[in-house]
Structure formats: structure tokens, C-alpha cells
Design a binder for this molecule. Structure first.
Ligand code: FAD
Length: 471
């Protein structure tokens, strides 16, 4: 079985199939020289406990039936980050089953004036990737010195992570595995005020209790009072999770505004319409249209624009409105059906990939034998590691059940996997990273971290990662 992507979805699918179908050989392809996907490049550095799942992944990878093939991208011409590439069609020939678990490598755009032209507007994906050492964004160098107000558009947990990085005491962050480059930039930051802006209200917010509470407790960081008209009168009658969330927002922060050096707010019922710039080309403010909730206390309430404009000064802005998966080159030829609007591989809900027969409007899709998907590329870019695990398990269960019922699988030239492919890949400049190589990279990062008093100091370029593997 080939698994494309080494994030939680890839590892949990591999784990479950290997336990349910003994002797399964798994080859896991990863575009980067290092494993773990968003556990390494998404999860906030000050949440180290979330990364404990890596211990399970390490256990999976230590099986003699498991092969990690890092720095090898499937389908992407030229590889993601200058690594090696295997065309999708060549790979499909050499496996009985293939699982796509390659996550979401793009982000959604707002599509409003100023977004592409002005400096100082970043996606949360870029910013998060940058402070977590993702090679793609190693040179992002976000400018936090243009003024003191930051606007974050979107009110999910990723938006709250971004806010915390901007507001947290740098001396606390520097003990985490955040990159030293990010520490240097954050030390120079002039940001004192962060607005986290959403189209809907507190009852519809997507963030969760733990993340809001963390922000409320930041030392020397105050919360601006919430708009009480959006909070139900009888909080005590709400379901437990919603009630606790409302209580936290109403209670506010430990720090008081008059004593605090920094502050933040949740700005509800505002929909962005335009970014305005200064003459030097940097963003100056964000214009919003106030919205009105059809039913303010209904968690699924819709909103309509009121026409009223609200302008928030912004020396920097982040859009945090979601990640997006894209189809891999070669999907069409392989008959793999991808929903561009939802950004998911069309599947039966259990992870069996659908093929659309004949013309694309046909009403009769069917499964592609032996082709599966899991994780964010299967169900869309939402959900935590625990839900990704559940989702990966359902895909693995479908694989195991198809295998035991003698359902048709891929019928390629051979099922000799990596052994058949490697000669065509390992040539010239292409350096494949296997698990022992990753262990060397991991060790080198931990040693660098030790010298700096932190768990690890990540390499932020693939060249550095590869040379650490060669030492
Ligand atoms: P990913 O983790 O994205 O893994 C996909 C992998 O596929 C990547 O390694 C990628 O490099 C690789 N890949 C991509 N294209 C190719 C290709 N063509 N060939 C080979 N490999 C490829 N969850 C929590 O539980 N707690 C948190 O605190 C938390 N914080 C988060 C913070 C952020 C900013 C984000 C974005 C998410 C966070 N999550 C958190 C959610 C969690 O990270 C996801 O649920 C989970 O990582 C999704 O797993 P995945 O395997 O589908 O995708």
C-alpha cells in the first residue's frame, strides 16, 4: 500500500491497516524531507502536548513493514520544494492500494480589493508556516514594525493561534520549538492591539474554549469587552460547551485594560470589503460591512449585510478563512474525481475514491478499485488531530474490509512498490530521505535546540535538512 502524505491521516491509516491486515507493506511518500505534516508545521509551538501523537507515528515507522520515502512528491511537477517527483501514473502501477492523505497545501482568498496589491497582508497559512519553520515560507519575513494594530480575519482556532503568537511574551515562546528567526522578528514587533474579526456572532464562533481561555490568561494582555447584545440573556440555559464559552467571553481577561501593554478583541458581525493602503504601498486599514444576524442566538444563523461601513486601522492583516486542498497533477488521467469547490477528493464517506464515468455530469459515479483518501483531503480542512484519526480509521476499515472480501484492487504491472520505483527516482540531484535519515535530522535539530535551551531548533530549508541527514 502506498500512502501519500505523512501527516496524522497518513500515519493513522497506515497504523490501522497494518494492525487489521497483517503483513501489509506500507510505503509512505512525503514531499518534504521531514514527516508529520501539520503536527510539525501547523500546531502552535506553545502547544507541545498536542505533538505527542508523534510517538505513535514513530512506533508505526519502526515496523519492518513500513518504508518512509521523504523528499519525494507524488504528482507535483518538480516537487513541492525542489525535491524528487514521481508521476502519479507511475506510482499507481506498483501498488495494490493507494491512500491519498496529502492534506491542504493552499489557502482560501477573500477576493477583495487591495488583497493582492498591498504589502502587509498575509494568509494565516503563510504566517503559521513561517513561525513553524516550513521551508516554503522561510523567507516570509512578515513586517511587524509598520504600526501597532493587527487585524485577523476569521474566528477559528488558527486565528487565535496567530493572535497568541502576536501577543504572547517572547521569553515564553522562545522556550518552544518556534524558529529563532521568528523570535527575532517577534522581538521587534510593535503590535499592541489585535482585532480578531468574524462575519457572525459569538454564538456562531468556530473557536473552542481552550484557545480563548489561553488568550484571556496571557500576562499583561487585556481583552476588550464583548458586545453584550450578541450574548443570550440566559447563558445558564445553553448547552454546556456553549455556556462555558459565553462565560469566558463575558468574564474577560485576567489583565485589565488600564494596566495592560497589549490588548485584543473579538470583533463580531463584520464582513471585509476592502483593504486600503498608504502611499508607500503598505496596508493602512481594513474596511468592513456590518452584518446582521438573522437569528443572533442560533449557532447556524446566517447574516446579511447592513450597508454600514466600519474601518479598522491595520498595520498588518492576516486572512484566516481556511486551508484548501488541490487536485494532484494526473488525477484526471487516472479517473480520480476531485471537487474543486469543496477542495476534496470525491469519496463515499468511508474514503473509497470515486471515479466519474463518462462525462463529468454523469449521475453514476463508482469507486476506483484500490484508491482511497483520508484526512483533510477527504473531508475538507477542518477538525483536530483526534477527528483526523477517526477519519483515517474509517478509511483503513474500508481498505481492510475490501481486502478481506476480495474486492478488486489496483491491477498494475507489479505490486513491488518502492523497490520497483526507486531506480527511476534516485538519480542526479534527487536525494530520498528514509526513516534513518529523518532520525539524524531529528537528532541534529534537538542538539541545536539544546544549545538554545529549547526542545529543538528546526532546519528551515530542505538543503539544511538533507545535509543533516548526510552527516
Ligand atoms: P497534513 O497534516 O497537512 O499532512 C499532509 C502531508 O502530506 C504533509 O506532510 C504534506 O507535506 C504532504 N504532502 C502534500 N502534498 C504531497 C504530495 N504531492 N506528495 C507527497 N506528500 C505530500 N489539531 C489539534 O488536534 N490540535 C491543535 O492544536 C491543532 N493546531 C492546528 C494549527 C493549525 C495552524 C492548523 C492548520 C491545524 C491544526 N490542527 C490542530 C489540526 C491538525 O493539524 C489536522 O487535523 C491534521 O494535521 C490533518 O492531517 P492530514 O494528515 O490530513 O494533513
Amino acid at each position: 500500500m502506498a500512502v501519500v502524505g505523512s501527516g496524522p491521516a497518513g500515519f493513522y491509516t497506515a497504523y490501522r491497516v497494518m494492525s487489521k491486515v497483517p503483513k501489509t507493506k506500507v510505503d509512505m511518500f512525503e514531499a518534504l524531507p521531514v514527516p508529520y505534516g501539520l503536527v510539525r508545521f501547523g500546531v502552535a509551538p506553545d502547544h507541545p502536548e498536542v505533538k505527542n501523537c508523534q510517538e505513535k507515528f514513530e512506533e508505526v515507522a519502526s515496523s519492518p513493514d513500513f518504508t518512509f520515502i521523504g523528499n519525494v512528491s507524488i504528482g507535483n511537477a518538480g516537487g513541492h520544494f525542489g525535491g524528487c517527483t514521481i508521476p502519479l501514473a507511475s506510482m499507481l502501477h506498483h501498488y495494490d492500494a493507494v491512500v491519498f492523505a496529502y492534506g491542504a497545501s493552499k489557502d482560501k482568498r477573500l477576493g477583495i480589493p487591495g488583497e493582492s496589491e498591498l504589502r502587509g497582508i498575509y494568509s494565516a497559512r503563510e504566517f503559521v508556516g513561517w513561525y513553524n519553520g516550513l521551508p516554503e515560507y522561510a523567507n516570509l519575513a512578515p513586517d511587524l514594525t509598520q504600526g501597532d494594530e493587527a487585524v485577523i480575519i476569521g474566528q477559528g482556532n488558527v486565528a487565535l493561534d496567530v493572535a497568541r503568537m502576536l501577543l504572547e511574551n517572547v521569553d515564553i515562546l522562545r522556550k518552544s520549538d518556534i524558529t529563532e528567526a521568528a523570535i527575532e522578528t517577534l522581538l521587534k514587533s510593535r503590535i499592541k492591539r489585535v482585532h480578531i474579526v468574524g462575519r457572525r456572532g459569538p454564538m456562531q464562533a468556530a473557536f473552542t474554549i481552550k484557545e480563548v481561555r489561553e488568550l484571556m490568561k496571557l500576562h499583561g494582555v487585556a481583552f476588550h469587552d464583548i458586545d453584550m447584545s450578541l450574548i443570550p440573556d440566559e447563558i445558564s440555559k445553553l448547552p454546556r460547551a456553549r455556556r462555558r464559552l459565553m462565560d469566558i467571553m463575558v468574564k474577560g481577561s485576567t489583565a485589565k485594560l488600564e494596566d495592560a501593554a497589549k490588548s485584543w478583541s473579538l470583533d463580531f458581525c463584520l464582513s471585509p470589503t476592502e483593504f486600503l493602503g498608504r502611499p508607500d504601498g503598505n496596508i493602512e486599514s481594513t474596511v468592513f460591512e456590518r452584518t446582521s444576524l438573522a437569528s443572533p442566538f442560533d449557532p447556524s444563523s446566517s447574516v446579511v449585510g447592513t450597508g454600514e461601513k466600519v474601518t479598522i486601522p491595520s498595520s498588518i492583516a492576516f486572512r484566516s478563512i481556511g486551508y484548501k486542498s488541490v487536485a494532484l497533477p494526473g488525477f484526471d488521467e487516472a479517473g480520480i474525481s476531485f471537487d474543486e469547490r469543496k477542495g476534496i477528493i470525491n469519496n463515499d464517506g468511508m474514503g473509497r475514491v470515486l471515479r466519474v464515468k463518462g462525462d463529468e455530469n454523469t449521475q453514476h459515479p463508482s469507486h476506483l478499485p484500490g484508491v482511497y483518501c483520508a484526512g483533510w483531503v477527504k473531508r475538507g480542512p477542518t477538525g483536530v488531530i483526534a477527528s483526523t484519526m477517526e477519519d483515517a480509521f474509517s478509511t483503513a476499515d474500508a481498505i481492510a474490509s475490501d481486502w478481506s472480501s476480495d474486492a478488486p484492487f489496483l491491477k498494475g504491472e507489479s505490486s513491488s512498490g518502492w523497490e520497483a520505483l526507486r531506480a527511476g527516482v534516485e538519480h542526479g540531484k534527487c536525494r530520498v530521505i528514509q526513516w534513518d535519515d529523518w532520525r539524524k535530522i531529528d537528532k541534529a535539530e534537538r542538539e541545536r535546540g539544546l544549545r538554545l535551551g529549547k526542545e529543538r531548533e528546526k532546519f528551515t530549508s530542505t538543503t539544511e535538512m538533507i545535509s543533516a541527514a548526510e552527516n
